[in-house]
Design a protein around this ligand. Structure first.
Ligand SMILES: [Zn+2]
Ligand SMILES: [Zn+2]
Length: 325
C-alpha cells in the first residue's frame, strides 16, 4: 500500500459528491467496553488510559482544578485523530479527488472519575466543561487554516465511543462540514424570503413538541427529527456561536442539557447518545443550537438510500418526556 494511503485523507465519492473521511490510524484505537448488551455496558478501568498516573500515555493540553494527579477537568490531544496537522501528500489525478484531512483533534475529560456517566455530573462540572469549550474554540479559531471547530460527545458504545470514561471531542477543520453548510443555506434562504431567523420563527410551530424551557433557553423535539427521540436546545436570543453566551445563558443551557440527558435515561435506561454543537462563528445569520441524538435505532438499508427512518413521532416523545420530568 502506498505510504500516502496510511495518512488521514478526505476523499470525494464521485458517485454522490459526498466527502468521506479516511483514517486508518483509528483501527488501532483501544477499546475498554466489555459485556455490551444493547445499551448496558461495563468497562475495564485497568484499560482506561485517562486515569491519574497514566498521564504519560497522552499529551496534555490543559488542566483545570489541579495538577496531573488532582485535575477536575483535562484536555488532551487525541492520540487516534481523524485529522492531522502534518502530512506528506501525493495528489491524485483525473476523476479521483483526494486531499489531506488537515486539522486538530482534542479530547475533554469532564471528570477524573471513571464510572460516572455524563448525566451524573453536577452543575459545576457542566459549567467548567462549557467554559473550556469556549476557551478551546477561541484558541483553535486563531490557528492558520482552521475554518470550523466542531464540538461533540459520543456517550456509550452505540454512539461511536470506544472508551467508556466520559469525554467530549473538539475537532477543527479546514472547511465547514456539509450538514452545517446545509443548515446555513436554509437559514440564509429563509432570511431572503422572510427577513427573519428560521430558528426563532419555528418556535411558533414547535409548541406541541417543547420538552423544557427556562428564561433564556428552550428545547424541543424537532418536527422532522432525523433520529428517534432527538432533541434540539437553543438560546431564545439570536446567538451564532457558543462564545457569545452570557453567564445567565450558560447556566440556563447546562440546566436544560442535564435535564434532557437525565430524563432520557429515566425513559430509556442507560442509553448511548451523541451531543452535537451546531454553531458558525463567522456567520452572524446562524442560530446556535445543540442536538442530542439517542442511538436507539441501528442504521439500515433505507438510510443508505438517503432516508433517515424514525419510529417515534416527536410529539409522542415530547409527551413522554414532559410526563417523566
Ligand atoms: Zn477512566
Ligand atoms: Zn436566530
Amino acid at each position: 500500500m502506498p505510504e500516502s494511503y496510511k495518512k488521514d485523507v478526505i476523499r470525494v465519492d464521485y458517485r454522490t459528491g459526498k466527502k468521506i473521511l479516511f483514517s486508518s490510524v483509528r483501527n488501532n484505537k483501544p477499546d475498554d467496553f466489555y459485556h455490551i448488551s444493547g445499551d448496558n455496558w461495563e468497562s475495564d478501568i485497568s484499560k482506561c488510559p485517562f486515569e491519574y498516573g497514566k498521564e504519560a500515555l497522552n499529551k496534555t493540553i490543559k488542566l483545570v482544578g489541579g495538577d496531573e494527579h488532582s485535575w477536575k477537568l483535562k484536555v488532551i490531544e487525541n492520540k487516534f485523530p481523524m485529522l492531522s496537522p502534518e502530512f506528506d501528500f501525493i495528489p491524485l489525478e483525473g476523476l479521483l479527488e483526494e486531499k489531506p484531512a488537515f486539522g486538530y483533534c482534542e479530547v475533554i475529560f469532564e471528570t477524573p472519575i471513571h464510572n460516572l456517566r455524563f448525566s451524573q455530573l453536577g452543575k459545576e462540572e457542566y459549567l467548567r466543561w462549557l467554559d473550556t469549550i469556549i476557551e478551546r474554540e477561541n484558541e483553535l479559531y486563531s490557528r492558520d487554516r482552521i475554518k470550523y471547530v466542531y464540538v461533540f460527545k459520543n456517550e456509550g458504545p452505540r454512539s461511536g465511543a470506544s472508551l467508556s470514561h466520559t469525554h467530549s471531542q473538539i475537532i477543527s477543520f479546514e472547511e465547514v462540514p456539509e450538514t452545517i453548510k446545509d443548515e446555513q443555506k436554509k437559514i440564509s434562504e429563509f432570511i431572503d424570503s422572510n427577513h427573519a431567523c428560521l430558528y426563532e420563527q419555528i418556535l411558533n410551530y414547535e409548541k406541541e413538541r417543547v420538552l423544557v424551557e427556562n428564561n433564556t433557553f428552550i428545547a424541543f423535539a424537532p418536527f422532522g427529527s432525523k433520529m428517534s427521540s432527538e432533541s434540539l436546545i437553543m438560546p431564545k436570543r439570536h446567538v451564532n456561536y457558543v462564545g457569545l453566551l452570557s453567564s445567565e445563558e450558560k447556566s440556563d443551557f447546562v440546566d436544560i442539557l442535564s435535564k434532557i440527558i437525565k430524563t432520557n435515561e429515566a425513559l430509556f435506561g442507560k442509553i448511548s447518545y451523541n451531543i452535537l454543537f451546531h454553531e458558525v462563528k463567522d456567520d452572524e445569520n446562524f442560530h446556535f443550537h445543540v442536538e442530542i441524538c439517542p442511538r436507539v435505532i441501528t442504521f439500515a438499508a433505507i438510510e443508505f438510500a438517503g432516508f433517515n427512518t424514525n419510529q417515534v413521532f416527536p410529539e409522542f416523545y415530547a409527551k413522554l418526556f414532559r410526563e417523566k420530568s
